[in-house]
Design a protein around this ligand. Structure first.
Ligand SMILES: C[S@@+](CC[C@H](N)C(=O)[O-])C[C@H]1O[C@@H](n2cnc3c(N)ncnc32)[C@H](O)[C@@H]1O
Length: 157
C-alpha cells in the first residue's frame, strides 16, 4: 500500500501491522524518519517537479488530510487494476470549525466522487459530513476501486 502525503505515516504503520508491504511518501523527511522498521519511505515533492513514481502502481493508495487538485489524475493513476483508493480530506463547511478554511484545501460538494469517476475508478462508498472526533471537521471520504479485467470494459450506457 502507498500512504500518500503520509506525514508521520500512521496509515503505513497500520498497514505494516496488518502484514501489508507499505510505502510512505511525503516531502517532510523529518516526519518520515520516525516511521519505524519495515516500511519504505520516500521524501519527495508531490506538487512540483518530476512525478516520483514513473510507471509504479499500488494495490492500495491511502490519502488523508491532503488535497492538491492539479495532480489528482496522476494520483488516481497510481491505483493498480483491482486496487483500491481510500481518500478522506476536508470539505466545504469546514471553515465553520477551523482550519483548513482556504477553499483551495476544501472539497466542493460531490467533488471527490466526481474526481474518482472521472479518473476511471468505481466508487464503492462516498460520504460528505461532519466528523465529531477527534475534533469537529467537515470531510468527504471515498473508497473506490479500479476495475480489473473484462468488467473494466463493460459499456456504461
Ligand atoms: C495534514 S498532513 C496529513 C498527514 C497524514 N496524511 C495524516 O493524515 O496523518 C499533510 C501532509 O502533506 C504533506 N505535503 C504537503 N505538501 C506536500 C508536497 N508538495 N509534497 C509532499 N508532501 C506534501 C505535508 O508534509 C504533510 O505531512
Amino acid at each position: 500500500m502507498l500512504d500518500f502525503a503520509a506525514g508521520s505515516g500512521r496509515h503505513a504503520r497500520e498497514a505494516h501491522r496488518l502484514g501489508l508491504r507499505a510505502t510512505a511518501i511525503d516531502r517532510d523527511a523529518g516526519a518520515l524518519a520516525g516511521i519505524g522498521e519495515g516500511i519504505a519511505t520516500r521524501a519527495a515533492d508531490l506538487e512540483g517537479g518530476e512525478w516520483p513514481f514513473g510507471r509504479e502502481r499500488f494495490d492500495a493508495v491511502v490519502v488523508t488530510n491532503y488535497l492538491f487538485r492539479p495532480r489528482f489524475a496522476l494520483l488516481a493513476a497510481l491505483v493498480a487494476p483491482g486496487g483500491l483508493l481510500v481518500y478522506e480530506t476536508f470539505a466545504r463547511g469546514n471553515e465553520r470549525y477551523g482550519k483548513p478554511s482556504n477553499p483551495a484545501f476544501l472539497l466542493a460538494p460531490g467533488e471527490l466522487l466526481e474526481r474518482c469517476r472521472s479518473a476511471g475508478l468505481r466508487v464503492l462508498a462516498y460520504e460528505h459530513g461532519l466528523l465529531e472526533r477527534p475534533r469537529p471537521a467537515v470531510v468527504q471520504r471515498v473508497c473506490a476501486v479500479r476495475a480489473a479485467g473484462p468488467e473494466a470494459l463493460r459499456p456504461l450506457g
